[in-house]
Each structure stands twice: as structure tokens, then as C-alpha cells.
Design a protein around this ligand. Structure first.
Ligand code: PGA
Length: 250
């Protein structure tokens, strides 16, 4: 088996998936048991499926994560879910600060930072998302915007802890558009520099995932780009066959 330096391929199901979709997680598990992946693999289903997916994947190579959590540990927050609840349901990871939350719910860097602290305190590894809008990229501000997000969204307690940052250009999510490999490398290098600026050299080897229209046919190129330590995959993680195509490219 070829050596991979990729750390994690995580699937974000977003608001997709009913009980019947667990068959996809089971198919993924069986395929990875038959031929192990060269990296960690995780699925982040909607909160309603975390518990059942954990059961379906128990003892196997597929980890389960949440897609968001509340910063508070418990309380009168109707409709929200805490990091401890995700952990209790079997999650080991949680996606935080996804652009769909930053944009749709007005989540700020400060809120994402508080959520990351809560996730760590509950024993979850956060995947903290950053990324520029098309307007910001066209204004030549991609690197600056992403640097600011990293500096202000990563709590200092992350130093030395297991976590990941995902660079997801907002304009590449669900659109089929992807940056050039040079653009991906440029931003990933900037993310790395900002992580080290914020957390010190402990962050020199923390994986930086790329996300935004990763598919089986572009995964190999993207995953071979310097500083790309894995992928955060939306649409193409819903079907085990597509997701496997990406995992096999790592
Ligand atoms: P996409 O989503 O792969 O469907 O573009 C990526 C993400 O939002 O994490």
C-alpha cells in the first residue's frame, strides 16, 4: 500500500440523511474493512443520526462527527445541541464554523472560538472551517480574510491538541467550482502560517483539510497539493461509492 501523508477525509452530510441512509455508512465500513484506508475517515451526519451511525460503525474504521455544537454545556437553548451531547451519542469530532453557519446564522469568529473550546472540553476534536467569499477573492483579499479567521477562531487551548482546520472557499462549496491547485497551495500555506502565529510550532503538523467540490475525479490532484492534509467533503460523501473514490485517492 502506498504511504499517505493525508490525515483525515471527513464527510459532511449537511441536512441530508434518514435512517435508510445508514446503509451508506455500513457500505463504507465494509469496504474499508476489506481494504483499509491510508488515512482516518469520518462521517458527520445530521444530529439525529449520530447515535445510530455510531452503532452501525462501532469497532470499525469510520469515525462519526457532528456538524455544529452550542458553546454552552447545557441550558435553555431550544433546538441546539451541546458538545457533550454529541460525545455522549458517540461522536469523536465536530465541524465548527462552516460557512453555511457563518453566513446563515451569523456565526462570528468569536463564537466559533467559544464552540471550539466547548468541543475540546467535551473531548471532541474540532474541525474549524475558514474560507473567503467570491467577492473577497475577487478583491484580492482571500489570504488576508482566511488569516484573520484562523487567528480569531482558534482558541489558544488548541495548542498541542488534536484538531483540524478546513479551508473551504465559500464559492467552491456545492458549486462544482474549485480553486486552482496553486490557489489552494497559497491559501493552505497562509493558513499554516496563521496557525503557527496563533498556536506556536505545535500547529506545524496539524492537518489542514481542503473542502469545496471535492469529487473522485479531482481528489488525487487536490490531495497531492503541498500542505493539503485531507479533505472535508459535502455532496460526494453521501454515497459510499463516491466517498470511497475520494478516500482511495488519499
Ligand atoms: P461540497 O461541500 O463538497 O458539496 O462542495 C463541502 C462542504 O461544505 O464541506
Amino acid at each position: 500500500m502506498k504511504q499517505s501523508v493525508k490525515s483525515l477525509i471527513a464527510g459532511n452530510w449537511k441536512m441530508n440523511g434518514l435512517g435508510a441512509s445508514l446503509a451508506e455508512a455500513e457500505a463504507l465500513r465494509s469496504a474499508l474493512e476489506a481494504e483499509p484506508a491510508t488515512c482516518r475517515v469520518a462521517l458527520c451526519p445530521p444530529a439525529t443520526l449520530v447515535d445510530r451511525m455510531t452503532e452501525a460503525c462501532a469497532g470499525g474504521p469510520v469515525e462519526v462527527g457532528g456538524q455544529d455544537c452550542r458553546a454552552e454545556a447545557s441550558g435553555a437553548y431550544t433546538g441546539d445541541i451541546s458538545a457533550a451531547m454529541l460525545k455522549d451519542a458517540g461522536a469523536t469530532l465536530v465541524i465548527l464554523g462552516h460557512s453555511e453557519r457563518r453566513q446563515g446564522y451569523g456565526e462570528t469568529d468569536a463564537l466559533v472560538l467559544a464552540k471550539a473550546e466547548a468541543a475540546l472540553a467535551a473531548g471532541l476534536s474540532p474541525i474549524i472551517c475558514v474560507g473567503e467569499t467570491l467577492q473577497e477573492r475577487e478583491a484580492g483579499r482571500a489570504v488576508e480574510v482566511v488569516r484573520e479567521q484562523v487567528i480569531h477562531s482558534l482558541p489558544l487551548v488548541l495548542a498541542g491538541q488534536a484538531f483540524a482546520v478546513a479551508y473551504e472557499p465559500v464559492w467552491a462549496i456545492g458549486t462544482g467550482l474549485t480553486p486552482t491547485l496553486e490557489q489552494i497551495e497559497e491559501v493552505h500555506r497562509a493558513v499554516r502560517a496563521a496557525m503557527i502565529e496563533r498556536l506556536g510550532l505545535a500547529a506545524a503538523t496539524t492537518p489542514i483539510l481542503y473542502g469545496g467540490s471535492v469529487k473522485p475525479d479531482n481528489a488525487r490532484d487536490i490531495l497531492s497539493t503541498p500542505e493539503v492534509g485531507g479533505a472535508l467533503v459535502g455532496g460526494a460523501s453521501l454515497k459510499a461509492a463516491d466517498f470511497l473514490g475520494i478516500i482511495r485517492a488519499a
